[in-house]
Design a protein around this ligand. Structure first.
Ligand code: SF4
Length: 445
């Protein structure tokens, strides 16, 4: 049961020294009770009080780690229900299922497909996180053999089986990779929890209802606290409700037995239904989602959704302002301008690259806002663009002194021509119109 601010205050030094950044010990206690600060921020708290305050100072959702080295993935450690309250910190992991009963050729081919699931988006590499080996064969030795193969895969291993013997054999061969063991239930939890503790691996605990899950997590918690809560209700609506309750109970009620990351599977059925279902669980509040599709058209949107959700809502994603070549551009190549909002910049950059006509792209300094937002906020104006041209000495770099501006801000043309002395061409409104525009105007700029 979580402590209130006043209960915490009774255990504090009460010197009001302000070293924690709060004006009083009472203010610190209130912040600690609502998980807005860590206990370590007070250097004067006694060991005795630290023991008592363990529950209050622990994150409402425990941080659980699986995988090793560059494949390490962290889950949980979230402190808010809504992204705009602060930030979601640990992106939902995506794990792709692979069955251990495939023949050698099919297994290798499937593993190669999974290993290739990595994409470039807005200047970042986005990829899946785990390979989930599913013990469909029911044979422990087969499961262990396949586990040794996925241990060498590009992503962190997840071992899925109800059999303690199969999990033990598989965990043995890839223990160094710190797999996520997925298989504790009401009938096998003691053996599987002991295995997870022995191997120092996180464990997915599953039950049919939230009440049963909480009770099972309490029992397993007596052996290991390295727990992930498996949600396995029948319908997507039930799963969503359960995931939401787990997060709500952990954060609002400090329910310790539900204060763990969550696991959900969307395997089976139509691949686009899987993607739609997974998108719901990424949004609320799964820590890891297991899918059985390797379809890039399904997975890239999920990676993009995750990338957008798990960013700091206070800080727009932006690129460094400057002028960048696309292809073998030289001083005679056309010059396009856009803002330094990452999504805008990389969308324009992608379209310019696909046109295969060498050119330059100016990312104007607009604090990471899009074209129309920046224009409305007075950050993408003729004066600002002229200043940036001057600052980068672009008139010396490009003797043709011609630039192409986004169609939505065509009204800037006269101002830029007057202030910067450059000729301005009006480009298309949407980035998708750039290749046709570039080809039609090749040689004009
Ligand atoms: Fe109180 Fe500790 Fe903060 Fe000092 S650092 S004001 S003792 S809570």
């Amino acid at each position: 049961m979580a402590l209130t601010g006043l209960q915490i205050f009774k255990l504090m030094p009460k010197t009001n020294c302000k070293e924690c950044g709060h004006p009083t010990c009472l203010a610190f206690s209130m912040a600690l009770a609502s998980s807005k600060i860590a206990l370590d921020a007070c250097p004067h708290v006694s060991d005795e009080a630290r023991d008592t305050l363990g529950t209050a100072s622990a994150p409402p959702v425990a941080k659980i780690v699986f995988g090793a080295g560059t494949k390490t993935r962290e889950m949980g450690d979230e402190v808010v229900l809504f992204r705009h309250d602060k930030q979601f910190f640990h992106p939902t992991c995506l794990a792709i299922a692979i069955s251990d009963d495939l023949d050698d050729e099919c297994f290798t081919a499937r593993l190669s497909e999974i290993n290739a699931l990595s994409f470039e988006r807005v200047g970042e590499t986005v990829a899946i996180d785990g390979v989930a080996l599913v013990n469909k064969s029911g044979v422990p030795d087969v499961f262990a053999k396949r586990a040794s193969q996925i241990a060498a895969a590009a992503f962190a291993p997840v071992l899925v089986s109800d059999s303690p013997e199969a999990l033990a054999k598989a965990a043995e061969v890839c223990a160094a990779e710190k797999p996520l063991l997925c298989g504790a239930n009401e009938s096998n939890w003691e053996a599987v929890a002991a295995l997870a503790k022995e191997k120092n691996c996180p464990l997915v605990v599953s039950a049919d209802s939230l009440a049963d899950l909480s009770a099972l997590a309490e029992k397993v918690g007596g052996i290991t606290k390295n727990i992930v809560l498996g949600v396995r209700s029948e319908t997507p609506v039930q799963k969503l409700a359960e995931l939401t309750q787990i997060r709500r109970q952990a954060i609002r009620k400090k329910a310790r037995h539900l204060g763990y990351p969550s696991f959900v599977s969307v395997c089976g059925g139509d691949l686009y239904d899987q993607a739609a279902e997974a998108s719901v669980y990424i949004s609320k509040y799964a820590s890891i989602v297991m899918l059985d599709t390797t379809d890039k058209a399904s997975l890239l949107p999920l990676c993009a959704l995750r990338q957008n959700l798990f960013s700091d809502p206070q800080k727009p994603a932006q690129v460094e302002p400057g002028v960048f070549p696309i292809g073998a551009a030289d001083e005679k190549s056309p010059v396009y301008i856009t803002t330094n909002f990452s999504l805008t910049y990389y969308t324009v950059e992608g379209e310019l690259s696909s046109a295969k006509i060498p050119c330059w792209l100016i990312a104007a300094p607009t604090d990471g806002t899009s074209v129309l937002t920046a224009w409305a906020a007075g950050k993408f104006t003729a004066d600002k663009i002229a200043e940036f041209i001057e600052e980068l000495k672009l008139s010396e770099k490009f003797p043709h002194k011609t630039m192409i501006i986004p169609g939505y801000v065509a009204s800037l043309k006269a101002g830029i021509e007057e202030k910067a002395g450059w000729k301005v061409m009006i480009g298309p409104n949407e980035a998708s119109g750039i290749p046709a525009f570039a080809k039609a105007n090749s040689g004009n700029a």
